[in-house]
Design a protein around this ligand. Sequence first.
Ligand SMILES: Cc1cc2nc3c(=O)[nH]c(=O)nc-3n(C[C@H](O)[C@H](O)[C@H](O)COP(=O)(O)OP(=O)(O)OC[C@H]3O[C@@H](n4cnc5c(N)ncnc54)[C@H](O)[C@@H]3O)c2cc1C
Ligand code: SF4
Length: 510
Amino acid sequence: MSTVTTVWILGDQLTAGHAALRGHERRDTRVLLVESQARARRLPYHKQKLVLVWSAMRHFADELRAAGWQVDFRAEAPTYRAALEAHVRRFRPRRLRLMDPAEAGAGARLAATARAAGIADVEVVANDMFLSDAASFARWASGRKTLLLESFYRDMRRRTGLLMDGRTPAGGRWNFDADNREVPPPGHVFPEILRFPPDAETRRVMRLVARDFPDHFGTLDGFAWPVTRADAERFRDDFLEHRLDLFGPYEDAMVRGERALYHSLLSPLLNLGLLAPLDLCRRAEKRWRQGRARLSSVEGFVRQVVGWREFVLRVYRHDMPDYARSNALAADLPLPRFYWDAETDMACVREAVQTLLADGINHHIQRLMITGNFALIAGVHPQAVNDWYWLAYADAYEWVVTPNVLGLSLWADGGRIATKPYAASANYVNKMSDHCRDCAYDHRTAVGERACPFNALYWDFLARNRERLAGNLRMRLPLAALARRPRKDVDAIRARAADLRECLRRGERV
Ligand SMILES: Cc1cc2nc3c(=O)[nH]c(=O)nc-3n(C[C@H](O)[C@H](O)[C@H](O)COP(=O)(O)OP(=O)(O)OC[C@H]3O[C@@H](n4cnc5c(N)ncnc54)[C@H](O)[C@@H]3O)c2cc1C
Ligand code: SF4
């Protein structure tokens, strides 16, 4: 049967009730899904991410078929263009519909590819996988030099009605962050994380990825992500039942051997479209209303999902393409070797990168305060760092990785979204984690062979960027602390930092 309309669904648009399918009859519509090998080679993406996306696409195709849609699944296609041409030869569609991708500029690019493949009538429909909208954001952002989360977040709470009692925030406060800075006591037992052993389809994709992408980042051995909507929902419910209540208090903590603590690990599934953000937050709110999760945790979680997640998307869409090139601190170091192989004596960094290689994920504080903080204070080139986060994480897509890395983590955007650089010494790591206890380095010292590299690099970062940061109110205290240090101490610290940066530049072990 010939196809009248082709609906092209991308790998990160596996949402139920896809916007481009709406209003179409099943009999004269065919859904196209493409696994593009060229797209997968753009960066050496984590092998688990490739398996997650492709296996989820294959299971999504089954879900569509079961719902009565005709599906043309193009497995192992060399490029999008080749897949579209083959699709056109076979089905001769009269038009193609596509939902606007989250990636800036991709809608126009993909529409052009479809036209070049022989479909003249191409329509890009609005993306409804997010809760915020571009026009309201543009009005709010217009004329502002800095864009801060808080007023955006409050507006999102009002618009969605989440955690609202009429016009007032539930519990009388918008933000319970101050209640959320605890460290778990030694010996605290964390809930187990559900694992989903790969089914036959996922194992097929694992073999394919192992064969065609052997040099990509990470390992496939422990692949245990949910790849169907039903399993994603089980994973979500397990988080709501067993981890949400303590999500808040331990949100900023780091513990050796614990990849999740009380975090949800839901970002890969949200970003694929297997879970919907509003539904997820409503379920979290319900737990609080039923007295099964504390408000500080539920508010903290909702702030991440309808606050930060929506906020970074809007900043990215609003400020691209220039945003991706930003480098306000003129950082120029190449990415250190240990970001690829975890071969470092720094226990906190080793733990983060080892977990990442094994599971394709780190929690927020590891990303921000360990790997991100190290890159910031060492002065690693922002685009090299951004590429690494993009390729190494199972939940990374340009729209979410770029503002988090360049804005939140590296301050490369000059403070567009963060009130100060998140630069920290070993003092912070020691306070929020148990890593320093068993580290080869001494977290109390800044000078000498065994002094923690974070310390010398932190003071050196302040000294190097003193003038650039002088006008920032929130940097006054650290800069004053630097100014109080005796000159000869600062010189010794900066000499140690220069040695470290030279070792990193030469690719030597630190
Ligand atoms: C340097 C850096 C890079 C990051 N790269 C990514 C990325 O590639 N993809 C990604 O989804 N998140 C990224 N984040 C944000 C955040 O770290 C992850 O969303 C979070 O760690 C995912 O784990 P989780 O699902 O257990 O999160 P939880 O702590 O359980 O939080 C719940 C949800 O809130 C959302 N969320 C929380 N913080 C953010 C944020 N800052 N930006 C966007 N969404 C947020 C996520 O969807 C997350 O699943 C990055 C943060 C930093 C500092
Ligand atoms: S001593 Fe330094 S390198 Fe070692 S764990 Fe602590 S902060 Fe990390």
